[in-house]
Design a protein around this ligand. Structure first.
Ligand code: SF4
Ligand code: SF4
Length: 479
């Protein structure tokens, strides 16, 4: 899995949790019953105690792909990843904390030498294991081994039809590998879901992609937007503009209605919303329900573990939110005492929201949507332009917000650059490449280059002029 799929791309069970975390977590709907002792404390009757019910665990940052939108910039393993023995010790701590489900991710979780042992250990202590994967290295044999170890739910990341997927993943053949993985895992007896990051490269693919996923027997599909986190932060032209949601949400709602009829569940990831006319359709697990977004659950019922033992309230959050390391402190200590994990537990509209979100009628419930998404744009949560309600409100006034990249990300896992918001007339022309380049210095995508040799040469000459205006003034011969 590439992160940035963030609470992107996840398992069927996570889709279910997305529903559960919004409005409806009550003691009765969790595994915790009043009086249970989840982590050394008595839970008073009726009291709702925050605990890491749902954990996303990056077992290793090693990856067999190098996707252009990967939030964790996965590829090589981290310098000090947990050994199998240390990981098994963490499994015990998770059980003590009342964890119900762990989604294993990477990099690719299956590249950790203890992957199957961790799956077995989770099963043994009664925690449901799931996995999100790009599928490149999943063979029929590995799929069978995974089922034998107790892994029965998996989500495969598929980011568009073949052209878009391979372009985003930066590897020809990646799409076919993902499809082969779906087949292998289905045949091995797993429940297979898919997850897709939506961006400007693949946004036109949604309908045919859904048809293809249905053909492949996918049971659930999670859709979220690509956030400028990690490698995606280096490609601001790839990400959606907030007003793009005006077209995308109604399309997805229509697909979801069709999906219900086919017994397939489409769920939005936590950064795709909020409070537009399609809210109930998008957020509900069944057509007869009317759920809605209920705020970021990072550090409340959600927790992320990085492969070196760092703990965050959500796997996609930036390094500022690391609350401790499992090689130095116990999980219970980090969870209970780290302010970095507790930032959503006591928020108020007046103290924590800003900009448009502070003035929004849904503010108390929504709390500005997904925290890591806002942080990826502005360096702090509390104001989120990726919002359907907001885009619609502005459109009614003839306006729209455009995100303009103002500084680059340094190049580390889960890092971000900075964006500013430009409010412009709703019908303003899309910025030309030149304007975009002036703002972002982003090198164009390969498919933007002219296909003929002459045109390509001219285009390169222009590009070099823009990238290196002084080029040609040196004495060195240049190829
Ligand atoms: S404007 Fe902000 S607070 Fe209001 S619904 Fe949208 S994201 Fe939530
Ligand atoms: S930051 Fe919050 S809302 Fe966003 S994916 Fe993480 S837990 Fe969900």
């Amino acid at each position: 899995m590439s992160h940035g799929e963030v609470l992107s791309g996840h398992s069927v069970t996570e889709l279910m949790l997305d529903g559960a975390t919004q409005e409806s977590i009550t003691p009765a709907s969790t595994h915790l019953q009043p009086g249970d002792d989840a982590h050394g404390r008595r839970i008073a009757l009726g009291e709702l105690s925050y605990h890491p019910r749902y954990v996303v665990w990056e077992l290793t940052l090693r990856c067999d792909q190098s996707c252009t939108h990967c939030g964790s910039r996965a590829g090589d393993e981290r310098s000090s990843e947990l050994s199998t023995e240390q990981a098994l010790e963490v499994v015990g701590q998770l059980a003590q904390m009342g964890t119900r489900e762990v989604v294993l991710i990477g990099g690719e979780a299956y590249l950790h030498p203890g992957f199957l042992e961790v799956v077995r250990a989770l099963r043994k202590v009664g925690i449901h294991p799931a996995m999100t994967t790009g599928g490149m290295g999943i063979t029929p044999e590995l799929a069978r081994d995974m089922v034998e170890a107790g892994l029965t739910q998996v989500s495969v990341s598929i980011d568009g039809l073949e052209t878009a997927h391979d372009l985003i993943r930066g590897r020809k053949g990646s799409f076919q590998a993902a499809i082969r993985a779906v087949d292998a895992m289905s045949q091995a007896g797993m429940r297979v879901a898919a997850n897709t990051n939506i961006n400007r490269v693949n946004r036109d693919d949604l309908e045919p992609l859904f048809a293809l996923l249905c053909e492949k027997g996918i049971k659930a599909w999670q859709v979220q937007i690509t956030v400028p986190l990690g490698r995606a932060a280096d490609r601001p032209r790839m990400i959606l503009q907030p007003y793009d949601l005006l077209g995308i949400l109604p399309r997805l709602a229509k697909l979801k209605e069709a999906a219900f009829a086919q017994g397939v569940l489409i769920m939005p990831g936590n950064n795709l919303g909020y409070f537009g006319p399609e809210e109930a359709t998008m957020r509900s697990l069944r057509p007869d329900l009317s759920d809605h977004w209920g705020g970021c659950q990072a550090g409340r019922y959600v927790m992320g573990i990085e492969s070196n033992g760092d703990v965050k309230g959500c796997p996609s959050l930036q390094p500022d939110y690391i609350g401790g390391n499992l090689l130095q402190s116990s999980l219970g200590d980090i969870w209970d005492n780290s302010p970095a994990l507790a930032f959503t537990r006591e928020r108020t509209k007046d103290a924590d929201l800003w900009g448009f979100c502070q003035t929004c009628p849904f503010a108390e419930t929504c709390m500005a949507g997904c925290s890591f998404t806002s942080h990826a744009l502005f360096g702090r949560p509390g104001n989120n332009p990726y919002c359907h309600f907001r885009a619609r409100s502005l459109a009614k006034q003839g306006l729209r917000e455009r995100l303009v990249a103002s500084s680059a990300a340094p190049g580390n896992p889960f890092d971000n650059g900075q964006f500013s918001i430009s409010v412009e007339p709703f019908d303003a022309p899309e910025p030309s490449f030149d304007q975009h380049f002036q703002e972002t210095r982003e090198v164009p995508r390969l498919e933007d280059f002219p296909q003929d040799a002459q045109g390509r040469k001219k285009y390169f000459a222009q590009l070099v002029k823009k990238l290196a205006p002084d080029c040609g003034s040196c004495a060195a011969p240049c190829s």
